[in-house]
Design a protein around this ligand. Sequence first.
Ligand code: AMP
Ligand code: ZN
Length: 113
Amino acid sequence: MSDCLFCKIAAGEIPSACVYSDDLVYAFNDIDPQAPKHFLVIPREHIASCAEIGPGNSAVVAHIFEVIAKLAKELGFDDGFRVVSNCGESAGQSVKHLHFHVLSGRDMTWPPG
Ligand code: AMP
Ligand code: ZN
């Protein structure tokens, strides 16, 4: 989508701090980190949110979780990490391109705010 911030980041049109990249997904540090380690993993394909996942595009979501597990090992998130995807206005989704927050490096509380 031409006016989507994360499509532009995945295409390299807007700079970002890359954590991981392949043909299907792109991962980069969050510009406003909520933990000592906080990056986002996105599909290169534009998917608006978790609500738009279905049989035609769910393979990339499985791949995203494989990438998250690989990065968590490589980055030493041995004490734990949290994966979050906000979906829709009331959940706090501000960018309408599917993304998974990966946070680590501090103790976290439950339930989230
Ligand atoms: P959400 O509010 O769940 O939609 O998450 C969007 C996230 O994108 C927020 O944590 C923002 O800090 C982050 N963000 C917004 N713009 C950028 C950017 N240019 N580079 C990196 N992260 C960004
Ligand atoms: Zn997009």
